[in-house]
Write a protein that binds this ligand. Structure first.
Ligand code: FAD
Length: 379
Protein backbone atom coordinates (compact mmCIF):
# COMPACT_ATOMS: atom_id res chain seq x y z
CA UNK A 1 0.00 0.00 0.00
CA UNK A 2 1.39 3.37 -1.03
CA UNK A 3 0.98 6.51 1.11
CA UNK A 4 2.50 9.97 1.32
CA UNK A 5 2.76 9.87 5.10
CA UNK A 6 2.89 6.92 7.44
CA UNK A 7 2.38 7.57 11.16
CA UNK A 8 3.31 4.94 13.74
CA UNK A 9 1.03 5.31 16.82
CA UNK A 10 -2.68 6.14 16.86
CA UNK A 11 -2.91 8.11 20.07
CA UNK A 12 -3.08 11.87 20.69
CA UNK A 13 0.03 12.90 18.72
CA UNK A 14 -0.43 10.42 15.86
CA UNK A 15 -4.12 11.16 15.27
CA UNK A 16 -3.59 14.95 15.35
CA UNK A 17 -0.64 14.67 12.94
CA UNK A 18 -2.44 12.35 10.51
CA UNK A 19 -5.61 14.45 10.47
CA UNK A 20 -3.72 17.64 9.70
CA UNK A 21 -1.75 16.07 6.83
CA UNK A 22 -4.89 14.47 5.37
CA UNK A 23 -6.68 17.83 5.51
CA UNK A 24 -3.81 19.20 3.41
CA UNK A 25 -4.59 16.59 0.75
CA UNK A 26 -2.01 13.89 1.60
CA UNK A 27 -2.66 10.14 1.56
CA UNK A 28 -2.09 9.19 5.20
CA UNK A 29 -1.96 5.87 7.01
CA UNK A 30 -1.66 5.30 10.77
CA UNK A 31 -0.59 1.94 12.14
CA UNK A 32 -0.97 0.92 15.78
CA UNK A 33 -0.24 -2.33 17.57
CA UNK A 34 -3.43 -2.00 19.64
CA UNK A 35 -6.42 -4.02 18.46
CA UNK A 36 -8.78 -1.00 18.38
CA UNK A 37 -8.87 2.70 19.37
CA UNK A 38 -8.98 3.33 23.11
CA UNK A 39 -7.76 -0.20 23.99
CA UNK A 40 -5.32 -0.74 26.89
CA UNK A 41 -5.32 2.85 28.16
CA UNK A 42 -2.23 3.98 30.02
CA UNK A 43 -3.09 7.61 30.63
CA UNK A 44 -5.27 9.30 33.24
CA UNK A 45 -6.62 11.42 30.41
CA UNK A 46 -7.06 14.64 32.36
CA UNK A 47 -7.04 17.59 29.99
CA UNK A 48 -6.07 21.19 30.56
CA UNK A 49 -8.81 23.50 29.35
CA UNK A 50 -6.67 24.70 26.44
CA UNK A 51 -7.23 21.33 24.74
CA UNK A 52 -10.94 22.08 24.35
CA UNK A 53 -9.98 25.36 22.66
CA UNK A 54 -8.08 23.62 19.83
CA UNK A 55 -10.24 24.15 16.69
CA UNK A 56 -11.41 20.63 15.81
CA UNK A 57 -11.62 19.56 19.47
CA UNK A 58 -14.20 22.23 20.21
CA UNK A 59 -16.73 19.77 18.76
CA UNK A 60 -15.79 17.14 21.38
CA UNK A 61 -19.08 15.64 22.65
CA UNK A 62 -19.86 16.96 26.14
CA UNK A 63 -20.70 13.43 27.33
CA UNK A 64 -17.01 12.48 26.96
CA UNK A 65 -15.79 15.06 29.48
CA UNK A 66 -16.49 16.34 32.96
CA UNK A 67 -15.26 19.80 34.06
CA UNK A 68 -13.29 20.02 37.30
CA UNK A 69 -12.96 23.66 38.39
CA UNK A 70 -10.82 23.44 41.55
CA UNK A 71 -7.55 21.93 42.76
CA UNK A 72 -6.83 20.81 46.32
CA UNK A 73 -3.16 20.33 47.14
CA UNK A 74 -2.41 18.26 50.26
CA UNK A 75 0.70 18.03 52.41
CA UNK A 76 1.48 14.59 53.92
CA UNK A 77 -0.54 15.51 57.06
CA UNK A 78 -3.52 16.15 54.72
CA UNK A 79 -3.54 19.85 55.53
CA UNK A 80 -4.48 21.37 52.25
CA UNK A 81 -5.17 24.42 50.20
CA UNK A 82 -8.03 24.68 47.70
CA UNK A 83 -7.53 26.81 44.63
CA UNK A 84 -9.54 27.82 41.63
CA UNK A 85 -9.33 30.43 38.91
CA UNK A 86 -12.33 32.12 37.46
CA UNK A 87 -13.21 30.74 34.04
CA UNK A 88 -10.69 27.88 34.24
CA UNK A 89 -11.29 24.17 34.67
CA UNK A 90 -9.68 20.84 33.93
CA UNK A 91 -11.53 18.16 32.01
CA UNK A 92 -11.78 14.57 33.16
CA UNK A 93 -12.43 12.37 30.14
CA UNK A 94 -13.92 9.13 29.03
CA UNK A 95 -10.47 8.63 27.51
CA UNK A 96 -11.27 5.56 25.43
CA UNK A 97 -14.38 7.28 24.08
CA UNK A 98 -12.39 10.42 23.31
CA UNK A 99 -9.75 8.48 21.35
CA UNK A 100 -12.48 6.68 19.39
CA UNK A 101 -14.11 10.01 18.59
CA UNK A 102 -10.77 11.50 17.47
CA UNK A 103 -10.09 8.50 15.22
CA UNK A 104 -13.53 9.00 13.64
CA UNK A 105 -12.73 12.67 12.97
CA UNK A 106 -9.49 11.67 11.24
CA UNK A 107 -11.20 8.89 9.29
CA UNK A 108 -13.75 11.42 8.02
CA UNK A 109 -10.98 13.41 6.32
CA UNK A 110 -9.49 10.31 4.69
CA UNK A 111 -6.94 8.90 7.16
CA UNK A 112 -6.56 5.10 6.91
CA UNK A 113 -6.06 3.27 10.24
CA UNK A 114 -4.50 -0.18 10.50
CA UNK A 115 -5.09 -1.67 13.97
CA UNK A 116 -3.23 -4.64 15.39
CA UNK A 117 -0.23 -3.67 13.26
CA UNK A 118 3.03 -3.29 15.19
CA UNK A 119 6.01 -1.70 13.53
CA UNK A 120 8.42 -4.52 12.82
CA UNK A 121 10.77 -3.31 10.08
CA UNK A 122 11.81 -0.11 8.33
CA UNK A 123 13.83 0.10 5.15
CA UNK A 124 14.92 3.46 3.75
CA UNK A 125 15.25 3.85 -0.02
CA UNK A 126 15.29 6.71 -2.50
CA UNK A 127 11.56 7.31 -2.54
CA UNK A 128 11.06 7.11 1.22
CA UNK A 129 10.30 4.15 3.48
CA UNK A 130 9.19 0.58 3.24
CA UNK A 131 7.41 -0.27 6.50
CA UNK A 132 6.83 -3.89 7.59
CA UNK A 133 7.44 -4.79 3.91
CA UNK A 134 3.78 -4.00 3.24
CA UNK A 135 3.50 -0.19 3.36
CA UNK A 136 5.38 2.39 1.36
CA UNK A 137 5.47 6.04 2.37
CA UNK A 138 7.39 9.16 1.37
CA UNK A 139 7.57 10.48 4.94
CA UNK A 140 7.49 8.77 8.34
CA UNK A 141 6.33 10.06 11.73
CA UNK A 142 7.09 8.28 15.00
CA UNK A 143 4.21 8.99 17.40
CA UNK A 144 4.74 5.68 19.12
CA UNK A 145 5.10 6.77 22.71
CA UNK A 146 7.84 6.88 25.33
CA UNK A 147 9.76 3.80 24.11
CA UNK A 148 9.65 4.67 20.43
CA UNK A 149 10.69 1.92 18.03
CA UNK A 150 10.79 4.45 15.19
CA UNK A 151 13.45 6.34 17.17
CA UNK A 152 15.45 3.16 17.70
CA UNK A 153 15.27 1.97 14.09
CA UNK A 154 16.09 5.43 12.69
CA UNK A 155 18.96 6.20 15.07
CA UNK A 156 17.12 9.08 16.77
CA UNK A 157 17.22 9.89 20.50
CA UNK A 158 15.46 7.78 23.14
CA UNK A 159 13.86 8.89 26.42
CA UNK A 160 15.96 7.99 29.45
CA UNK A 161 14.29 9.78 32.35
CA UNK A 162 10.88 8.62 33.50
CA UNK A 163 8.18 8.83 36.11
CA UNK A 164 6.24 5.59 36.60
CA UNK A 165 2.49 6.07 36.98
CA UNK A 166 -0.31 3.77 38.06
CA UNK A 167 -4.01 4.50 38.35
CA UNK A 168 -7.03 2.59 39.66
CA UNK A 169 -10.55 3.07 38.30
CA UNK A 170 -13.60 2.50 40.51
CA UNK A 171 -16.75 2.42 38.39
CA UNK A 172 -19.54 4.31 40.17
CA UNK A 173 -17.18 5.45 42.98
CA UNK A 174 -17.58 8.96 44.42
CA UNK A 175 -15.49 11.58 46.16
CA UNK A 176 -16.85 13.85 48.87
CA UNK A 177 -15.64 16.85 46.90
CA UNK A 178 -16.19 16.00 43.26
CA UNK A 179 -15.47 19.51 42.04
CA UNK A 180 -11.74 19.35 42.76
CA UNK A 181 -8.70 17.55 41.45
CA UNK A 182 -7.07 16.32 44.68
CA UNK A 183 -3.26 16.18 44.62
CA UNK A 184 -1.15 14.75 47.43
CA UNK A 185 2.48 15.83 47.67
CA UNK A 186 4.23 13.19 49.75
CA UNK A 187 7.85 12.24 49.28
CA UNK A 188 7.50 8.78 50.79
CA UNK A 189 4.52 7.76 48.68
CA UNK A 190 5.28 9.57 45.44
CA UNK A 191 8.86 10.86 45.32
CA UNK A 192 9.28 13.29 42.45
CA UNK A 193 5.59 13.64 41.66
CA UNK A 194 2.14 13.38 43.31
CA UNK A 195 -0.78 11.14 44.18
CA UNK A 196 -4.20 12.16 42.83
CA UNK A 197 -7.91 11.52 43.09
CA UNK A 198 -10.77 12.93 41.07
CA UNK A 199 -14.27 12.21 39.94
CA UNK A 200 -13.94 11.03 36.36
CA UNK A 201 -16.64 10.34 33.79
CA UNK A 202 -18.76 7.65 35.48
CA UNK A 203 -15.91 6.52 37.73
CA UNK A 204 -13.56 7.51 40.50
CA UNK A 205 -9.90 7.70 39.42
CA UNK A 206 -7.08 7.33 41.99
CA UNK A 207 -3.44 7.18 41.11
CA UNK A 208 0.10 8.24 41.68
CA UNK A 209 3.33 8.62 39.79
CA UNK A 210 6.84 8.58 41.16
CA UNK A 211 10.40 8.72 40.01
CA UNK A 212 11.09 5.48 38.24
CA UNK A 213 13.65 3.21 39.84
CA UNK A 214 14.01 -0.31 38.48
CA UNK A 215 12.86 -2.96 40.95
CA UNK A 216 11.07 -0.53 43.28
CA UNK A 217 7.65 -1.83 44.34
CA UNK A 218 4.60 0.39 43.80
CA UNK A 219 2.55 0.63 47.03
CA UNK A 220 -1.06 0.88 45.86
CA UNK A 221 -2.42 -0.08 49.32
CA UNK A 222 -0.61 2.90 50.84
CA UNK A 223 -2.16 5.18 48.21
CA UNK A 224 -5.68 3.94 49.02
CA UNK A 225 -5.03 4.44 52.76
CA UNK A 226 -3.79 7.97 52.27
CA UNK A 227 -6.65 9.03 50.03
CA UNK A 228 -9.34 7.25 52.09
CA UNK A 229 -10.59 10.44 53.83
CA UNK A 230 -11.46 11.93 50.46
CA UNK A 231 -13.56 9.03 49.27
CA UNK A 232 -17.31 8.86 49.80
CA UNK A 233 -17.96 5.54 48.14
CA UNK A 234 -15.91 2.96 46.28
CA UNK A 235 -16.06 -0.75 45.60
CA UNK A 236 -13.56 -2.98 47.40
CA UNK A 237 -11.87 -3.82 44.11
CA UNK A 238 -10.97 -1.54 41.22
CA UNK A 239 -12.90 -1.99 37.99
CA UNK A 240 -9.84 -1.15 35.90
CA UNK A 241 -6.19 -0.14 35.98
CA UNK A 242 -4.07 2.12 33.85
CA UNK A 243 -0.37 2.79 34.04
CA UNK A 244 2.86 3.39 32.25
CA UNK A 245 5.98 5.44 31.94
CA UNK A 246 6.01 9.20 31.57
CA UNK A 247 9.11 10.77 30.00
CA UNK A 248 10.22 13.67 32.20
CA UNK A 249 13.62 14.66 30.81
CA UNK A 250 12.31 17.22 28.31
CA UNK A 251 12.49 17.27 24.51
CA UNK A 252 15.15 14.93 23.14
CA UNK A 253 18.18 16.24 21.27
CA UNK A 254 17.69 14.31 18.00
CA UNK A 255 14.04 14.09 16.98
CA UNK A 256 14.41 14.85 13.26
CA UNK A 257 16.06 12.78 10.55
CA UNK A 258 15.93 12.60 6.79
CA UNK A 259 12.21 12.04 5.90
CA UNK A 260 11.37 11.17 9.52
CA UNK A 261 10.44 12.97 12.73
CA UNK A 262 9.28 12.11 16.24
CA UNK A 263 6.39 13.79 18.04
CA UNK A 264 4.51 13.43 21.36
CA UNK A 265 6.05 11.23 24.05
CA UNK A 266 8.40 9.73 21.45
CA UNK A 267 10.06 13.15 21.22
CA UNK A 268 9.94 13.80 25.00
CA UNK A 269 7.25 16.45 24.48
CA UNK A 270 5.94 16.16 28.05
CA UNK A 271 6.11 18.86 30.68
CA UNK A 272 9.00 17.72 32.92
CA UNK A 273 7.24 19.23 35.92
CA UNK A 274 3.52 18.53 35.59
CA UNK A 275 4.01 15.35 33.48
CA UNK A 276 1.12 16.46 31.27
CA UNK A 277 1.70 15.41 27.68
CA UNK A 278 -1.70 15.29 25.97
CA UNK A 279 -1.92 18.98 25.14
CA UNK A 280 1.61 19.07 23.71
CA UNK A 281 1.03 15.79 21.82
CA UNK A 282 -2.04 17.29 20.15
CA UNK A 283 -0.52 20.70 19.51
CA UNK A 284 2.83 19.57 18.11
CA UNK A 285 1.22 16.56 16.43
CA UNK A 286 -0.88 18.94 14.31
CA UNK A 287 2.14 21.13 13.67
CA UNK A 288 4.20 18.11 12.53
CA UNK A 289 1.40 16.92 10.21
CA UNK A 290 1.14 20.33 8.63
CA UNK A 291 4.95 20.67 8.21
CA UNK A 292 5.20 17.18 6.66
CA UNK A 293 2.33 17.95 4.26
CA UNK A 294 3.95 21.23 3.21
CA UNK A 295 7.20 19.41 2.41
CA UNK A 296 5.38 16.61 0.58
CA UNK A 297 3.64 19.23 -1.58
CA UNK A 298 6.99 20.87 -2.34
CA UNK A 299 6.01 24.06 -0.55
CA UNK A 300 8.52 24.00 2.31
CA UNK A 301 11.87 22.52 3.31
CA UNK A 302 11.96 19.28 5.30
CA UNK A 303 9.96 19.55 8.56
CA UNK A 304 13.21 19.44 10.54
CA UNK A 305 13.93 22.95 9.32
CA UNK A 306 10.49 24.36 10.00
CA UNK A 307 9.96 22.66 13.34
CA UNK A 308 13.42 22.88 14.88
CA UNK A 309 13.20 25.71 17.37
CA UNK A 310 9.41 25.44 17.57
CA UNK A 311 9.37 22.38 19.84
CA UNK A 312 9.45 23.79 23.41
CA UNK A 313 12.68 23.85 25.41
CA UNK A 314 10.92 23.49 28.83
CA UNK A 315 13.96 25.24 30.34
CA UNK A 316 12.25 26.50 33.52
CA UNK A 317 10.25 23.33 34.01
CA UNK A 318 13.42 21.22 33.62
CA UNK A 319 15.16 23.39 36.22
CA UNK A 320 12.20 22.99 38.60
CA UNK A 321 12.17 19.24 37.99
CA UNK A 322 15.91 19.12 38.82
CA UNK A 323 15.29 21.01 42.07
CA UNK A 324 12.20 18.94 42.99
CA UNK A 325 14.11 15.68 42.44
CA UNK A 326 16.90 16.79 44.76
CA UNK A 327 15.26 18.92 47.41
CA UNK A 328 11.70 17.62 47.82
CA UNK A 329 11.00 17.33 51.53
CA UNK A 330 7.80 16.63 53.42
CA UNK A 331 8.64 19.26 56.04
CA UNK A 332 9.07 21.84 53.33
CA UNK A 333 5.73 20.82 51.81
CA UNK A 334 3.96 21.18 55.17
CA UNK A 335 5.39 24.66 55.51
CA UNK A 336 4.69 25.57 51.90
CA UNK A 337 0.99 24.68 52.09
CA UNK A 338 0.60 27.51 54.56
CA UNK A 339 2.77 30.07 52.80
CA UNK A 340 1.27 32.75 50.62
CA UNK A 341 4.16 32.68 48.15
CA UNK A 342 4.05 28.96 47.50
CA UNK A 343 0.26 29.02 47.21
CA UNK A 344 0.64 31.61 44.49
CA UNK A 345 3.27 29.39 42.81
CA UNK A 346 0.93 26.38 42.98
CA UNK A 347 -1.85 28.55 41.54
CA UNK A 348 0.31 29.58 38.64
CA UNK A 349 1.48 26.04 38.04
CA UNK A 350 -2.06 24.67 37.79
CA UNK A 351 -3.88 27.64 36.29
CA UNK A 352 -1.11 29.54 34.47
CA UNK A 353 -2.47 32.72 36.01
CA UNK A 354 -3.70 34.18 39.27
CA UNK A 355 -5.89 31.83 41.19
CA UNK A 356 -8.13 32.35 44.17
CA UNK A 357 -6.87 30.24 47.06
CA UNK A 358 -8.93 29.33 50.09
CA UNK A 359 -7.40 29.51 53.52
CA UNK A 360 -5.31 26.54 54.55
CA UNK A 361 -7.66 23.82 55.67
CA UNK A 362 -6.69 21.46 58.47
CA UNK A 363 -6.64 17.65 58.40
CA UNK A 364 -8.89 15.68 58.19
CA UNK A 365 -9.80 17.55 55.06
CA UNK A 366 -13.28 16.69 54.00
CA UNK A 367 -16.42 14.90 55.01
CA UNK A 368 -19.77 14.46 53.40
CA UNK A 369 -21.33 17.08 55.64
CA UNK A 370 -18.80 19.74 54.57
CA UNK A 371 -19.54 20.03 50.88
CA UNK A 372 -23.21 19.29 50.21
CA UNK A 373 -23.51 21.71 47.30
CA UNK A 374 -20.53 20.12 45.59
CA UNK A 375 -21.87 16.61 46.18
CA UNK A 376 -25.09 17.55 44.48
CA UNK A 377 -23.27 18.70 41.38
CA UNK A 378 -21.11 15.57 41.02
CA UNK A 379 -21.55 14.14 37.55
C1 FAD B 1 -0.14 6.88 34.20
C2 FAD B 1 -0.11 8.07 33.27
C3 FAD B 1 -0.98 9.12 33.50
C4 FAD B 1 -0.95 10.25 32.67
N1 FAD B 1 -1.86 11.24 32.88
C5 FAD B 1 -1.88 12.31 32.07
C6 FAD B 1 -2.90 13.29 32.21
O1 FAD B 1 -3.80 13.15 33.03
N2 FAD B 1 -2.85 14.38 31.40
C7 FAD B 1 -1.89 14.54 30.44
O2 FAD B 1 -1.88 15.57 29.74
N3 FAD B 1 -0.92 13.60 30.27
C8 FAD B 1 -0.91 12.49 31.04
N4 FAD B 1 0.02 11.51 30.84
C9 FAD B 1 0.95 11.65 29.72
C10 FAD B 1 0.18 11.38 28.41
O3 FAD B 1 -0.57 10.19 28.53
C11 FAD B 1 1.12 11.25 27.25
O4 FAD B 1 1.96 12.38 27.22
C12 FAD B 1 0.32 11.15 25.94
O5 FAD B 1 -0.48 9.98 25.94
C13 FAD B 1 1.28 11.13 24.77
O6 FAD B 1 0.59 10.82 23.61
P1 FAD B 1 1.36 10.18 22.37
O7 FAD B 1 0.37 10.13 21.27
O8 FAD B 1 2.64 10.84 22.15
O9 FAD B 1 1.78 8.70 22.83
P2 FAD B 1 0.97 7.53 23.49
O10 FAD B 1 -0.31 7.98 24.06
O11 FAD B 1 1.93 6.80 24.37
O12 FAD B 1 0.60 6.56 22.26
C14 FAD B 1 1.56 5.86 21.54
C15 FAD B 1 0.82 4.92 20.59
O13 FAD B 1 1.78 4.22 19.81
C16 FAD B 1 1.45 2.86 19.74
N5 FAD B 1 2.69 2.09 19.54
C17 FAD B 1 3.76 2.05 20.37
N6 FAD B 1 4.72 1.27 19.84
C18 FAD B 1 4.24 0.84 18.64
C19 FAD B 1 4.77 -0.01 17.63
N7 FAD B 1 6.00 -0.57 17.73
N8 FAD B 1 4.01 -0.26 16.55
C20 FAD B 1 2.76 0.29 16.42
N9 FAD B 1 2.22 1.09 17.37
C21 FAD B 1 2.95 1.36 18.45
C22 FAD B 1 0.79 2.57 21.08
O14 FAD B 1 -0.05 1.43 21.00
C23 FAD B 1 0.01 3.86 21.34
O15 FAD B 1 -1.30 3.79 20.80
C24 FAD B 1 0.00 10.34 31.62
C25 FAD B 1 0.86 9.27 31.38
C26 FAD B 1 0.79 8.14 32.18
C27 FAD B 1 1.71 6.98 31.90
Amino acid sequence: MQFDLLVVGASFAGIACAREAALAGQRVCVIDRKPHPGARLHTTGLLVREVAEIGWLQAMPAALTRPIPAVCVYAPSMRHVRLQASGYHFLATDTGGLLRWMVEQARCVGVVFCWGTALSSLVRDEGGWSVNRSFRARYLVGADGPHSKVARLCGLSANREFLAGIELEFAGGRLHDAQALHCLVDRRLAPGYIGWAFQGVGMLQLGFARRHAVGQAVDVAALLDRLAPLIGERAARPSGRRGGMIPCGGVLPRVFGDRVLLVGDAAGLVSPLTAGGIHTALRYGSMAGSAAADWLRGRAPQPAETLRGRYPAFAIKRALRWAFDRFQSDRLTEWAIGSRLSRSVIGRLYFHKRSAASDVLPAPPLGPSKAPAERDQAG
